[in-house]
Structures are given as structure tokens and as C-alpha cells.
Design a protein around this ligand. Structure first.
Ligand SMILES: NC(=O)c1ccc[n+]([C@@H]2O[C@H](COP(=O)([O-])OP(=O)(O)OC[C@H]3O[C@@H](n4cnc5c(N)ncnc54)[C@H](O)[C@@H]3O)[C@@H](O)[C@H]2O)c1
Length: 253
């Protein structure tokens, strides 16, 4: 399929599972080149093993921990050197933490606070502080960060998670003002999406129902999020920046 993402080059962080994986597959199917990184070497190997030879030739993959600033910077430069240009970046690496849906703020340890903030906030800082240096990304590039519907409201027994997602949205909106359109910067806010992360929460917490009454009464799919991320990465969204796009079946309506 030809689209405005054909022949474009994107970095996908946290691209070996769930919504990131669906985005990698979507972009490759549309003829983009994709540099994918993830903390899970095992999942990256599985991803590469399932690519066609043609898709494989357009995919550059390395293990990276997004909380490691120099590793993120090194990967971005390696990806740019490999493909010759970067038209955009999407960051899916994130966490709900180990006590999402069960632990009130007074039951949350300092280590847990640091773990969530490091991944959900510092990870994004590492991405933006490296990617938005003038001249690094191609003209009209686009950066997309994956927040949550809880970027805009509280989560019962998920205060630090909700705080981290609010903070990241603030960073995205501010960065969009700083780049003034040189690079567009947006957030996607998923509702409940059927991914390995959500399935792990369901296995851990009885009746894990973060959005009990959505107008579209089902979980979303990773592909439904990938479709919106792909649109925001593409030039079809050329007048969209500093924005937060809900993909939540109307849960925030
Ligand atoms: N699934 C949902 O219902 C849901 C809802 C709202 C928001 N989100 C957010 O969407 C994003 C993607 O979630 P998903 O459901 O696709 O999860 P997932 O667990 O399927 O995928 C997340 C990927 O990020 C990778 N990752 C984790 N820590 C990393 C690190 N330090 N460095 C690099 N990669 C790392 C994981 O290995 C995994 O491949 C997360 O930010 C999550 O908070 C998920």
C-alpha cells in the first residue's frame, strides 16, 4: 500500500510488543524503513524472525533501555547513519508499574515511584532531548508519544502512573511550542487496549476495569492505536501538533 509514510524512515521505541509492534508492522507494510528498539532482546528476535525478507531489509533493530539517555542518543544516531535520515519517532516504552489498580499512593514505595517516573517521564525526556536538537530530524518530522487516557484524569489506585502520564503530556505540549512546527510533537492517549501489558494486569488484578462505561463497549486493539500513530507520523497530519489524541472507544467523552 502506498501512503505518505512510504519511503519515510521512523524510529519506534518499545516496538517489540503490543501497540509498538503493530505500528512497526503497519509502517513496514506501507513501505517505510523502521529502526526499532526495545528493552526485550527476546521480543526483538521474535519480531525479526517473523518479517518477510523485503520487510527485513527495511528494519534496523537493537536492544535499548529508554531510561538510559546515552543509549537512546546512540541508537538515534546509529539509525540515522544506517538509513541516512529520520522522518519521525514514536515512543511506546512505558509502564503501569507493579501495583496499578491495587496500591493507593500511601502504599506505593519510593522504589516503585522511581521506576514509573524513570520509564514514563525520564524516558520521554531522553527521547525529546536527543531527537529535537535542531537539524537532527528531517524537515517536517513528527514525534509521537504514547500516553494514556489517564494523562488527563486520575486513576483509582494508580496515582503515580497517572502523574507520570500527566507529566509526559505536559512535556509533549511544551516541546511542540518549542519546536514551532519544525518538528510536530503529539501524544496518543489509549484507553483499554488488548496487549500483553493489559493481559498481565488482568492476570494480576481481579476485575481490572479501568474504564467501566465506554460508548464503544469493548477493548481496543493494538492495530487501532497503530492506525492513529501512523497518521500522526505521516504528513497527512501536517497541521497537528501539541495535541492529545484519544483512542479509547469514547471512554473520555
Ligand atoms: N494496553 C493498554 O491498555 C494501555 C492503555 C493506556 C496506555 N498504555 C501505554 O501504551 C504504551 C504501550 O503499551 P502496550 O500495552 O503496547 O505494552 P506492551 O508491554 O505490550 O509493550 C510495551 C513495550 O515497551 C517495552 N519496554 C518496556 N520498558 C522499556 C524500556 N525501559 N526501554 C525500552 N523498551 C521498553 C517492552 O519490552 C514492550 O515491548 C505504554 O506506554 C503504556 O503505558 C497502554
Amino acid at each position: 500500500m502506498t501512503s505518505s509514510t512510504t519511503a519515510m524512515t521512523y524510529v519506534i521505541i518499545g516496538g517489540a510488543s503490543g501497540m509498538g509492534l503493530a505500528t512497526v508492522q503497519t509502517l513496514l507494510a506501507r513501505g517505510s524503513e523502521v529502526a526499532v528498539c526495545d528493552i526485550s532482546e527476546e521480543n526483538l528476535e521474535t519480531l525479526l524472525a517473523h518479517l518477510t525478507p523485503e520487510a527485513s531489509s527495511k528494519c534496523f533493530a537493537k536492544p535499548v533501555d529508554v531510561t538510559d539517555r546515552s543509549a537512546v542518543n546512540f541508537f538515534f544516531h546509529a539509525a540515522k547513519e544506517h538509513f541516512g535520515k529520520l522522518n519521525g519517532i514514536a515512543n511506546f516504552a512505558g509502564t503501569g508499574g507493579h501495583g496499578l489498580g491495587t496500591d493507593a499512593v500511601w502504599q506505593t514505595s519510593e522504589d516503585e515511584y522511581n521506576f514509573i517516573m524513570d520509564l514514563n517521564v525520564k524516558g520521554l525526556f531522553n527521547v525529546l532531548s536527543s531527537a529535537l536538537v535542531p537539524g537532527f530530524l528531517s524537515k517536517h518530522a513528527s514525534v509521537v508519544h504514547i500516553g494514556s487516557i489517564f494523562s488527563e484524569k486520575g486513576f483509582l489506585n494508580g496515582a503515580v502512573f497517572a502523574a507520570s502520564k500527566h507529566a509526559a503530556l505536559g512535556m509533549v505540549r511544551s516541546a511542540a511550542k518549542e519546536t514551532k512546527g519544525r518538528v510536530r510533537v503529539n501524544c496518543v492517549l489509549p484507553g483499554v487496549i488488548d496487549t500483553p501489558m493489559h493481559r498481565a494486569n488482568l492476570a494480576r488484578v481481579k476485575n481490572f476495569t479501568p474504564t467501566p462505561a465506554t460508548p464503544i463497549p469493548r477493548d481496543g486493539t493494538a492495530q487501532e492505536v497503530a492506525n492513529v500513530v501512523t497518521f500522526l507520523l505521516s504528513e497527512e497530519s501536517s497541521f497537528v501538533t501539541g495535541d492529545a489524541w484519544n483512542v479509547d472507544g469514547g471512554a473520555n467523552a
